[in-house]
Design a protein around this ligand. Structure first.
Ligand SMILES: Nc1ncnc2c1ncn2[C@@H]1O[C@H](COP(=O)(O)OP(=O)(O)OP(=O)(O)O)[C@@H](O)[C@H]1O
Ligand SMILES: [Mg+2]
Length: 249
């Protein structure tokens, strides 16, 4: 059974169709990679799945563990276990990162972090940031590291990661991607990762890669193969082969 299934999704933003019949399914333990040029609708897809009001569903359905969630609110979807790592995580002035991380873990502010939680905080190099206001004055990469750690602490069943690698240094990328892989393996969750680059593919065991172009998802095959094709042939060239897996993705 699919944890998350998107069926023939058509989405409008400001009166323009951005997604024009997108279908895919994510099973437990799977990581899928989504490529696509700027403006093709990758962030739109994630925003629609989590239910942000900017994105108007014209037709199609979003199912979580078989239940139709297309009409549900953002908080209902989050409570089901859909978690988003945003492309541009916002500043949250007045809220200390340490307090927010405790909130993500379901702890009270007086609680201490466990050894394992502290290990992750240190692995993400965020120990010195716990008393700072969340993302205020953070560098691009620091913001991304913080965003992904918050998401892992929320323990979602489906992770929708919008360019988790953008602006992240090579050392940090290895750690972040390694922890994402470890979380997927140990929890049976699944992840959709949007990226423009190939480095992250070295550290996660992704099953399929595909390309979002002209409102549709194309090619369902080895992500490294897709990435190499895009580099060589461009997005239009890459989708010409139209490789399709037998599965729905
Ligand atoms: N609120 C909005 N108002 C008007 N147009 C929008 C809005 N949000 C998105 N769009 C348009 O929808 C299209 C898809 O945007 P989206 O952010 O999904 O692209 P993307 O594939 O994530 O691109 P990138 O790789 O640059 O992150 C773009 O042309 C964008 O300008
Ligand atoms: Mg985007």
């Amino acid at each position: 059974m699919y944890l998350l299934e998107v069926a023939d999704l058509k989405v409008k933003v400001e009166n323009r169709i951005i997604l024009d019949g997108v279908s895919f399914g994510l099973k437990s333990g799977e990581i899928h990679i989504l490529f696509g040029p700027n403006g093709s609708g990758k962030t739109t897809l994630i925003g629609t799945i989590i239910g942000l009001p900017t994105y108007e569903v014209v037709s199609g359905r979003i199912l979580f563990m078989g239940e139709d969630i297309t009409g549900k609110s953002v908080d209902e979807r989050a409570k089901f276990g859909i978690g988003v790592g945003f492309q541009n995580p916002p500043e949250i002035a007045g809220v200390k990162l340490g307090d927010l991380l405790k909130f993500c873990l379901g702890k009270s502010l007086e609680d201490e972090f466990s050894e394992e939680e502290m290990r992750l905080i240190e692995a993400f190099r965020l120990k010195d940031f716990l008393k700072r206001e969340t993302h205020v004055g953070f560098s691009g990469g620091e913001r991304k590291r913080s965003e992904i750690l918050q998401l892992l602490f929320l323990k979602p069943k489906v992770l929708l990661l919008d360019e988790p690698d953008s602006g992240v240094d090579v050392e940090s990328l290895k750690i972040i991607a390694g922890e994402i892989q470890r979380y997927i393996e140990s929890s049976g969750a699944s992840a959709l990762i949007i990226t423009h680059k190939g480095d992250i593919l070295e550290y996660v065991n992704a099953k399929y890669g595909c390309v979002l172009l002209n409102g549709k998802i194309h090619c369902f095959t080895d992500p490294k193969h897709v990435y190499e094709d895009i580099k060589r042939e461009g997005y239009e060239g890459c989708i010409k082969c139209q490789v399709k897996s037998e599965e729905k993705w």
